[in-house]
Design a protein around this ligand. Structure first.
Ligand SMILES: [Zn+2]
Length: 250
């Protein structure tokens, strides 16, 4: 089984003591590709460094809603053309934690959507309690390749995204008892979903509470397989192909 991790933060300090070992474990678990997601200029740079070091890695460039107050467009423009940058992200809106006010979040999100269009790159969306505003800002520019990372909406919002031909990405949240993602998963066309861990966060059951790692993607795969009554290796392969098409084929 080959596995494509579409969203991890392996550059975070959480892995400073054993990053090398974690990456070895991932490769051993069949994780052949890892997209390391930037949340600001520094983490974008670190993603590029990981990609220079490990052939499994690619990186994204962007300012997360929590860092938009640091937004430096000139710096971002210098990072984006790097050969390892395969998408703009994670960018979007977070009205749950509200690290920055709505106006600033929207303004910087929109500026980065424009950059994605200009550089012809896919977009990785962070949307927390901001479904409509995320959708409306994207809709102004109608980018072709968009994924809602850690999708957290209901079936109606999922349909809205799928109508645009955009993608939904599923984390370990699907393994949690209170998750209502199974109804969403049942309506996603097989070429429109990815899997991800969002490591170090959102660790799937049975490791919930511990630091996450892409090696635990198998639990996300198994849960989706159970919901759809499809063999896990079919889920892994389909999500691999989808992610490859999205991130690695310009
Ligand atoms: Zn993330």
């Amino acid at each position: 089984m080959r596995i494509f991790e579409t969203h991890a933060h392996l550059d975070f300090d959480d892995y400073n003591k054993d990053r090398e070992q974690v990456i070895k474990n991932c490769i051993k678990a069949g994780v052949e590709r890892i997209i390391n997601i930037g949340i600001d200029a520094k983490t974008t740079q670190k993603g590029i460094e990981l990609s220079n070091k490990y052939p499994q890695f690619k990186a994204t460039a962007g300012y997360h809603p929590s860092t938009v107050h640091e937004f430096d467009e000139a710096l971002l423009r210098k990072l984006i053309p790097n050969k390892h940058i395969v998408a703009i992200g994670e960018i979007g809106l977070d009205y749950y934690r509200m690290y920055n006010n709505k106006e600033l979040q929207q303004q910087i999100f929109e500026a980065q959507v424009k950059l994605a269009i200009e550089f012809n790159l896919p977009i990785v969306i962070h949307d927390r309690d901001a479904h409509e505003d995320c959708y409306n800002i994207l809709k102004k520019y109608s980018p072709k390749k968009v994924v809602f990372h850690c999708f957290s909406g209901d079936v109606t919002f999922a349909e809205k995204i799928l109508n645009e031909d955009w993608y939904l990405s599923i984390t370990g949240v699907v393994t949690y008892k209170n998750s209502n993602l199974s109804d969403v998963i049942k309506i996603i066309p097989k070429d429109k979903f990815f899997i991800e861990t969002d490591s170090p966060y959102l660790t799937p059951i049975p490791y919930r509470g511990k630091r996450n790692s892409p090696e635990y993607l198998i639990y996300v795969i198994q849960k989706i397989a159970e919901i759809l009554r499809i063999p896990p290796k079919v889920i892994a392969e389909q999500s691999f192909k989808n992610a490859e098409q999205f991130f690695l084929k310009p």
